[in-house]
Design a binder for this molecule. Structure first.
Ligand SMILES: Nc1ncnc2c1ncn2[C@@H]1O[C@H](COP(=O)(O)OP(=O)(O)OP(=O)(O)O)[C@@H](O)[C@H]1O
Ligand SMILES: [Mg+2]
Length: 480
């Protein structure tokens, strides 16, 4: 045994010396390459850094923005019950590319904007149509194999100022700071800092632009400002518009994406005339029926479950283009099906899902509905008229006229109605006593209406189905 051990030592000794020499040479070469790369970057960035005196306090360092992960990793199929809550997320925007349905036209338009130098994007539309989800998947849908994509997304709020908004952005970007240690050529000091830490407290558009120029040398930069409609301060909005214009004029390779609830771009960005050429607008309409069906299909694929064709189309029709309800109904229908220890969702599961969805509805929305249809007598005409309003094929921005309500109302009640028979009800809906569920616009005989909260429409339709005032066949008749 001893002999064998001794010979083993004799055999391995030269190998170890070889490995040590090899490792030493490799280390030398590695440091040489690192220093070479460092010097090249230093030279390239020196010009930019010279123009940003507040940025580095005279220190010679290289900063590299780190890659941000853009999509969540796939979930293993542990348990359908748990997985269902990750696949159907009524309360959170979609961020995983594989679960994002439809919206090809809108995605293409935003990606085209990003690919054009000097152009920036504005994504706007009604509440809940899927604006944030679209903004969240942009980075993962860009086909830039070798480039680092840096896409911070910040939520604006009513207290934000120009500086606080950009601070939020820069606090999401990590910089890798490499500094050669003084006196010893072979060591490089690395530290991670936030981009926000290198910008002045009261930074203005010029500082922001210069920091963005610097960051854009390290990757493809897309900056998303979500809920832009919540900014109340006009000066902040104007400065943001000016910033976008300055980024275009100076040809800084960065794309700003503004996202918010609005009927038009003018509502979202003030001073928009001056930046007209710099922005490309993407209006988000409610989703089409096939797009909503795709949300359900994506969920079924991930859950390894199936759904009856008619059950799926009933869900899609009830949603009225609002994907929140596809998620809510998809989740409850999945649970109802799993409660039966089955994996094929049926019509009966959708019926159960409707009831559970109605129980989950936010208390504020529920009380607005109850106030709108309240009746001390047996009279249910308010509920019928409201249901007819929800069925109307509305025009742009969700508006409809009294004459458009006539036909669905007659179909629901199986009784012929003329406008005077329900115009009082329409008027009531726009008043405080009925919760102002509708918004009224225009002049006498030319009034037009729309739901103040468009998410109310699917809820009213679900109520109609649950209370047997609306059949699926009738619902089908009023789909676009
Ligand atoms: N393309 C999509 N595919 C799948 N689900 C989607 C899609 N778009 C939106 N959703 C889902 O719809 C719901 C609302 O989406 P999101 O929050 O993106 O809308 P929003 O327009 O930003 O709403 P808000 O106006 O309230 O900010 C979420 O549950 C989200 O998961
Ligand atoms: Mg949103």
């Amino acid at each position: 045994m001893e002999t064998r051990a001794a010979s083993a030592v004799r055999i391995t000794a030269p190998v170890e010396i070889g490995v040590l020499i090899g490792a030493f040479c490799f280390t030398l070469v590695y440091y040489a390459c690192l220093l070479d790369e460092l010097n090249t970057k230093l030279d390239a960035l020196q010009q930019i850094l010279d123009g940003v005196p507040w940025f580095l306090d005279g220190e010679r360092s290289v900063m590299t923005a780190k890659t941000l992960s853009t999509s969540a990793p796939d979930q293993p199929l542990i348990d359908r019950e748990i997985l269902a809550t990750k696949v159907f997320t009524p309360a959170t925007p979609v961020s995983e590319s594989a679960l994002f349905a439809g919206r090809m036209k809108e995605l293409r338009r935003v990606i085209d904007t990003i690919n054009q130098r000097g152009r920036h994007a504005v994504i706007f539309g009604e509440r809940g149509v899927g604006k944030t989800s679209l903004a969240s998947v942009i980075a993962s849908r860009l086909k830039v194999p070798d480039a680092t994509v840096i896409a911070p997304r910040v939520n604006c709020d009513s207290n934000d100022t120009y500086t606080s908004l950009w601070k939020k952005v820069f606090s999401q970007i990590d910089l890798l700071k490499k500094t050669p240690a003084v006196g010893f050529q072979l060591s490089i000091f690395e530290e991670t800092i936030k981009a926000a830490d290198v910008i002045k407290e009261n930074a203005g558009p010029d500082e922001v632009r210069r920091l963005l120029s610097l960051l854009s040398t390290t990757g493809m930069l897309i900056i998303i400002f979500d809920e832009f409609d919540r900014i109340l301060d006009d000066t902040t909005r104007r400065m943001m518009a000016d910033s976008i214009k300055a980024l275009s004029d100076h040809d800084v390779p960065v794309t700003v994406v503004i996202v918010g609830v609005a009927d038009t771009v003018d509502e979202l960005i003030s001073q928009h005339e001056s930046i007209e050429r710099a922005i490309i607008q993407t209006k988000m309409p409610p989703m089409s029926i096939p797009e909503v069906e795709q949300i359900i299909d994506n969920g079924m694929v991930r859950l390894q479950m199936t759904i009856e064709r008619t059950a799926k189309s009933e869900i899609a029709m009830m949603c009225q283009g609002f994907p929140h309800y596809a998620h809510a109904l998809g989740l409850h229908a999945t649970r109802a099906c799993l409660d039966r220890s089955e994996v094929n969702i049926t019509h009966a599961d959708v019926d159960t899902a409707i009831k559970r969805c109605l129980m989950d509805v936010d208390q504020t929305i529920k009380s607005v509905y109850d106030k709108a249809v309240f009746s001390p007598q047996k009279d249910t005409l308010h509920a019928h008229v409201l249901l007819a309003c929800a069925l109307v094929r509305a025009g742009e921005f969700g508006y409809f006229t009294a004459s458009a309500v006539r036909e669905p109302l007659s179909a629901i009640t199986a009784k012929s109605y003329d406008i005077p028979g329900f115009s009082r009800h329409l008027k009531d809906f726009s008043e405080e006593s009925r919760g102002r569920i509708l918004q009224k616009e225009g002049v006498t005989r030319k009034f037009r209406f729309r739901f103040r909260n468009p998410l109310m429409k699917p809820l009213i339709i679900m109520k109609g189905i649950a209370e047997h005032r609306l059949s699926v066949d009738l619902l089908k008749r009023y789909q676009a």
